[in-house]
Design a protein around this ligand. Structure first.
Ligand code: PMT
Length: 220
């Protein structure tokens, strides 16, 4: 039977890493591949949603029928995600691994090798998810949390601080799941409940997550 759990629902998903330039040839980034976000986009689309992906630099092809806005930096991600929400958004899912800090300045020319030591001054980046969740017209918001210790504690803390409806926590210290792998294992938290999902492919997990998110969205 056709899956219509999210028929006509507008879903915006952030995915992948951001890159924060140091000079014309270097940047700060992380190991996010975009696989989790793209899998969710595919699952939401298959559930009938109108899906927009706001994606950092990744080597993935957008699922059929999904609109993609590509971005590079955390500042771009905030701008593109905000524009996508302005266009209409019922559910916002943030899977992107956004750089928390960027170099205070980006050098115009390639930085030359000289002294034995060098320091890079960093400044805080804007938080896309927290900004979207704080809007007066905030959609139903789902955050991700990549933690290496006290996963439940930090995930619940992030959900409360950023005023989210749900948070999906991955323990990225477990081998074979999280950043860049094909599989993931997560625990989802919401005010008053939680559900654990054992290791499986990101594609399979995305289908279950979309099911749970639709249930909670409908009940909200
Ligand atoms: O891309 P893959 O290789 O498939 O890997 C998937 C993943 C491990 C990246 C993904 O499952 C995941 O956990 N994403 C969140 C990664 C993360 O670093 O989260 P965080 O704890 O820094 O941030 C918490 C939440 O706020 C996230 O929803 C994040 O998207 C959002 N955020 C954070 C900082 C920022 N400046 N803007 C944000 O929107």
């Amino acid at each position: 039977t056709e899956n219509t759990a999210l028929a006509g629902v507008r879903v915006v998903i952030t995915a992948g890493p951001t890159r924060e330039p140091i000079d014309p040839v270097r940047y700060i980034s992380n190991h996010s591949s975009g696989k989790m976000g793209y899998a969710l986009a595919m699952a939401a689309r298959q559930a009938g949603a109108e899906v927009t992906l706001v994606s950092g630099p990744v080597n993935l092809t957008a699922p059929a029928g999904v609109r993609v806005h590509t971005v590079v930096t955390a500042a771009d991600m905030l701008a593109q995600a905000s524009a996508a929400v302005d266009d209409g958004c019922d559910i916002f899912i943030a899977t992107a691994a956004v750089a928390d800090y960027r170099p205070a300045t980006c050098a115009d020319q390639k930085i030359k090798k000289s002294a034995e030591d060098m320091a890079l001054a960093l400044v805080r980046n804007p938080d896309t998810l927290a900004t979207i969740a704080a809007r007066p017209d905030a959609p139903f918001t789902v955050g991700f949390a990549a933690e290496t210790t006290d996963v439940a504690h930090y995930a619940n803390d992030k959900m409360q601080r950023k005023k989210l409806n749900m948070i999906v926590a991955n323990d990225v210290s477990c081998p074979g799941v999280g950043f860049n792998s094909d599989d993931n294992a997560v625990t989802v938290f919401w005010p008053g409940g939680q559900q654990a999902f054992a290791t499986e492919s990101k594609a399979g997990l995305a289908v279950r997550l979309v099911e749970l998110i639709s249930e909670r969205f409908r009940g909200s």
